[in-house]
Design a protein around this ligand. Structure first.
Ligand code: URA
Length: 237
């Protein structure tokens, strides 16, 4: 690949900044200063350093975000802040996108990546990847609701949901639950509760497949996946 493309992918600034960097002699390929952006290199075989720092090339990034409310699950928006706007340029230069969507007011686990294959694997309805949510519900959630969700409920558009697992943590005028669903219809959790006459007042995603929300991440914070987390996700565990 071209040296300037590699540097751009690794977050070393705009084309203009990169030209300056190359001209200054700060970029060394296999021990020799490289001044031409069009130079062809193999980033997996040749050693490239910038200001003495070795570049570890990678094609894909995988970022676990604790999505805050008020931010939308998109790559671009004219009006609202997006989940990508939360990332520093070192990560956003990889052009990541959210794997699925959380509503604007929903919090919690959102995977951001530029790996289309993994994204497809996680979102494909055929793969039945479980997603677990914590929710606060206006109204008393009962074991009848859990039974109904296990059988499948009809949403406002006539769609009947696949079996879902409802765990009641606290039942009262305001209830707390965890719900695991194997699909991802638009506003699914909110609409499932609507179908039994109740309203979701707070929603947070806790997990997607084997990937769990890291409790050390505050709202709006993120980190890259560990090699173990990535391996488990890729293996469909
Ligand atoms: N279900 C919803 O209703 N909203 C979300 O953001 C995710 C699942």
């Amino acid at each position: 690949m071209r040296l300037d493309k590699l540097l751009a992918n690794m977050g070393y600034g705009s084309r203009k900044e990169m030209k300056k960097l190359l001209k200054s002699g700060a970029v060394i390929v296999e021990g020799t200063p490289a001044k031409e952006g069009k130079m062809q290199i193999d980033p997996f075989k040749e050693e490239v350093t910038v200001n003495g720092e070795k570049i570890i090339y990678r094609e894909f990034i995988y970022v676990l975000l604790n999505k805050p409310p008020g931010v939308i699950s998109a790559t671009e928006d004219r009006q609202h802040e997006t989940v990508i706007d939360l990332l520093p340029v070192e990560l956003s230069v990889f052009d990541p996108f959210p794997v699925g969507r959380l509503d604007k007011d929903t919090e919690g686990l959102l995977l951001l990546t530029n790996d289309g294959q993994l994204s497809h694997q996680l979102l494909s309805p055929k793969k039945h990847v479980p997603k677990t949510y914590f929710a606060t519900i206006e109204g008393e959630v009962t074991s009848e609701d859990a039974e109904a969700f296990k059988k499948g409920v009809m949403l406002d558009d006539g769609y009947v949901t696949k079996p879902a697992d409802l765990v009641i943590i606290k039942s009262g005028t305001v209830s707390e639950i965890e719900l695991t669903i194997m699909e991802g219809k638009f506003h699914q959790v909110k609409r499932m509760f609507q179908s039994v006459g109740k309203e979701v007042t707070y929603l947070k995603r806790l997990s997607m497949g084997s990937l769990k929300l890291d409790p050390s991440l505050g709202l709006g914070e993120f980190r890259e996946l560990t090699p173990h987390e990535l391996e488990q996700l890729q293996n469909g565990e």
